[in-house]
Ligand binder design. Structure first.
Ligand SMILES: Cc1cc2nc3c(=O)[nH]c(=O)nc-3n(C[C@H](O)[C@H](O)[C@H](O)COP(=O)(O)OP(=O)(O)OC[C@H]3O[C@@H](n4cnc5c(N)ncnc54)[C@H](O)[C@@H]3O)c2cc1C
Length: 377
């Protein structure tokens, strides 16, 4: 990989003007926020932000890699706070947190198997995708754990928003805006996260033989119960799964109460934890076909899935998230018809659904504000 970094700045070493350099180089790896600002200010063509590159095919443009912006700058287990550079591998953060019995509660998915990718997810990539696993139904998404961010906008200016403590919320909440922005509003350089203690134990109840409609009903009943379900998924043909976490005695008690609430759906059995596989959607990994991700109202999910005619699906978030593996070239948009939610094609697929006009207008206005020159691809 070519590196711009410390050894290659547009003004140093008598190099040609920036525009010529951009033509010659298609990968840059700034080693500091200041270098990143310099690169963005000098950019005339599109820049594509890349963290660990686990996301897959990138749009055309010069690749701006964030691996040089790494390292934990602050970790205060007592304050449940961690601050790290955007290029820090998530695995490093998880290992550090484990030493203190803590974790990233939003359960970062590892979709490399599903997407057939190599690489290592970075903190910036996860925040930019708002990547959140099964526990989202109970604790919230990645964006809900972001306390503060630093990023460089399309003018090459550093913007700080939020803070390092939970009570610090002032002005516009750009933290929420940047989470899920997929590198289109700016390049994250540092993120402050709220972390949580790992529970003492977990248990999973599996209900067997339910239709998709019955399964979503059961998941909704469980999520509406007072027993603090932290995972609610359905794998057609395999089982309907519910997770409870906490102290041993409390988990045992709540599991039994949950069984009683769900008695009309069958006795259910306690099974070994399937949550890593559900989080990483391994049921659909290594299989050819188009891959779609649907975010929708749980009550509508079984009907939508029936219309899709998918080869295989995985329901997560109580039915609010559906991963669908389709025969290559399937007309997903035509089959979906009207539904409340949105569909994203992750692999293959014909044209994806268009963004609703109101959202497209908002997106364009935000992009004009943060990236008036249209530097980010
Ligand atoms: C099409 C697609 C959709 C996905 N959707 C989801 C999802 O909805 N939920 C989920 O849990 N996982 C999702 N994933 C998986 C997710 O991308 C990875 O788990 C992980 O978040 C990516 O980390 P990374 O460091 O490899 O980022 P990359 O793969 O390098 O980049 C991912 C995205 O983040 C941007 N990005 C990376 N670093 C920065 C930064 N520092 N500043 C600003 N932008 C940056 C990139 O431009 C790109 O748009 C998706 C993957 C694909 C292919």
């Amino acid at each position: 990989m070519k590196g711009w970094g410390a050894v290659c700045s547009p003004t140093a070493f008598g190099l040609p003007p920036p525009e010529d350099i951009f033509e010659q180089m298609n990968e840059m790896r700034p080693a500091s926020e200041a270098e990143l600002c310099e690169i963005i200010r000098a950019a005339s063509g599109p820049l594509v932000v890349r963290g660990g590159g686990t996301r897959g095919a990138l749009p055309a443009g010069a690749v701006l890699e964030t691996g040089g912006l790494n390292g934990v700058t602050l970790y205060e287990p007592g304050a449940l706070t961690l601050v790290a550079g955007a290029g820090t591998p998530v695995a490093e953060l998880e290992a550090l947190l484990a030493t203190e019995g803590q974790r990233l509660a939003f359960e970062v998915p590892d979709l490399r198997g599903l997407l057939g990718r190599e690489g290592t997810s970075t903190l910036g990539g996860v925040v930019a995708e708002n990547a959140s696993g099964p526990r989202r139904v109970s604790v919230g998404a990645c964006r809900d754990f972001c306390l503060g961010v630093r990023f460089v906008d399309g003018r090459g200016e550093v913007i700080r928003n939020g803070g390092r403590v939970m009570k610090n919320v002032t002005g516009y909440d750009l933290v929420k805006l940047l989470a899920g922005s997929r590198g289109r509003l700016g390049v994250l350089t540092e993120v402050a996260l709220k972390v949580l203690p790992r529970p003492e134990t977990e248990a999973t109840l599996c209900l067997s033989g339910l239709s998709d409609a019955q399964a979503v009903e059961a998941l909704s009943a469980a999520l509406g119960s007072p027993y603090e379900v932290t995972g609610a998924a359905h794998l057609p043909g395999q089982g309907t799964y519910l997770r409870i976490e906490g102290f041993e005695g409390s988990v045992r008690y709540r599991l039994e109460r949950l069984r009683a609430v769900l008695a009309s759906y069958g006795a259910g059995a306690e099974v070994a934890s399937p949550w890593a596989a559900i989080r990483d959607v391994t049921a659909l990994a290594g299989r050819p076909g188009d891959l779609w991700r649907l975010s929708l109202r749980p009550s509508e999910a079984p009907g939508v899935v029936a219309r899709l005619g998918a080869e295989a699906v995985v329901y997560d978030w109580g039915g609010g998230l559906v991963w669908a593996l389709m025969a290559p070239g399937s007309d997903v948009v035509g089959r979906l018809g009207a539904f409340s939610g949105h569909a994203t094609c992750l692999r293959g697929g014909v044209a994806g659904p268009e963004e609703p006009p109101t959202i497209a207008t908002l997106t364009n206005r935000l992009r004009l504000q943060f990236d008036p020159r249209g530097v980010f691809a």
